[in-house]
Ligand binder design. Structure first.
Ligand code: SAM
Length: 125
């Protein structure tokens, strides 16, 4: 989706990192990565991957936080790539979450998201 094989020198924000796999790939591609998730167990899972593959690495930070928390999002600096895969529609306020993550994209940066299609009644359920 990004159309690149190398993220060296890029700052990459993984919003709702979940397992941490996307963060791991971004770090392997050379990016400086910041991962956060609302869910503590997801944070722990991301930390586990870092411990396993990038132990003591200074270019990958992981913490608990919410994309809906405007104050928290403001404390994060701007990123070349803000990536949020299948997360924003799970927050309870997708429009607010989208506005928040958008403010973390630096000028000429990239916002890369995946959200589910509205499937009518199935989505409501
Ligand atoms: C379907 S999983 C996707 C995880 C990961 N992005 C991936 O592609 O594997 C959705 C994730 O969104 C996280 N999440 C839900 N609400 C959130 C919020 N307000 N802020 C940050 N993460 C949130 C969940 O904890 C969960 O890890």
């Amino acid at each position: 989706m990004l159309g690149v094989n190398d993220l060296s020198g890029k700052r990459f924000l993984d919003v709702g990192s979940g397992s941490g796999l996307s963060s791991l790939v971004a770090r392997k591609m050379g990016a400086e990565v910041f991962s956060f998730d609302y869910d503590e167990q997801s944070v722990e899972c991301t930390k586990y991957l870092k411990q396993k593959y990038f132990k003591d690495d200074m270019l990958w930070s992981i913490e608990q936080g919410s994309a809906l928390n405007e104050d928290y999002m403001k404390t994060l600096r701007e990123f070349d790539i803000v990536y949020s895969w299948c997360v924003l529609h799970h927050t309870g306020d997708m429009i607010k979450a989208l506005a928040n993550v958008d403010s973390n994209v630096k000028k000429d940066g990239t916002l890369c998201i995946a959200i589910y299609n509205n499937q009518g009644n199935r989505s409501k359920i």
